[in-house]
Design a protein around this ligand. Structure first.
Ligand SMILES: [Zn+2]
Length: 182
């Protein structure tokens, strides 16, 4: 799932994070005391299909004004956003639940979003390919629930629900595991 990322669940968590920037080592060069706020990453998703919404905050490792930083940036993501995907975690969760219960096509029609059926197929594929990694991450947190034999995908979703008693378990997964769900 790649290197560890940062996720915040709300503005308050971001402010706490931002307060600590001066004391944190840069994830690229490990130098302490060079990180500064560097604006936002915007994009569209189902929470705001017509107007861009904040997806992440940018942090810059400053190499200006004689600072010793590396000049690189990284993102602190909002936990309910997914990189390279115009859907919130809540929408993906509703879609996946419907998809395992019925068909992907029916699920993509039932979940109100602005994406095409083909795009939803691709999202399903991303989930399908990532299942074993998701399962491994969940197993470290709690045992998989005992269920009658169903599809592996349905089992992963049940495991996710068991691991995070949360209205938005995919956001909770990203926040806790420090990695994107998809
Ligand atoms: Zn750096």
């Amino acid at each position: 799932m790649g290197y560890e990322r940062w996720f915040v669940r709300n503005a308050d968590e971001w402010y706490v994070f931002a307060e600590r920037l001066k004391l944190m080592p840069c994830p690229h060069c490990q130098v302490v005391g060079t990180l500064i706020r560097h604006g936002y990453l915007y994009g569209f998703d189902d929470s705001s299909p017509r107007r861009k919404t904040v997806r992440a905050r940018r942090v810059f490792c400053s190499n200006r004004k004689a600072r010793r930083g590396c000049g690189r940036t990284f993102s602190v993501w909002l936990a309910d956003k997914i990189r390279r995907l115009g859907l919130t975690t809540g929408c993906v969760w509703r879609f996946l639940q419907r998809a395992v219960a019925g068909s992907i096509l029916a699920a993509s029609r039932a979940v109100p979003c602005h994406l095409s059926g083909r795009t939803m197929q691709r999202i399903w594929k991303r989930f399908d390919l990532g299942q074993s990694k998701i399962r491994t991450a969940l197993a470290a947190r709690c045992a998989p629930p005992e269920l009658p034999v169903r599809t592996p995908a349905a089992h992963v979703l049940a495991h996710l629900r068991a691991a995070f008693a949360d209205a938005d378990p995919i956001a909770a997964f990203q926040h806790t595991q420090r990695t994107f769900f998809l």
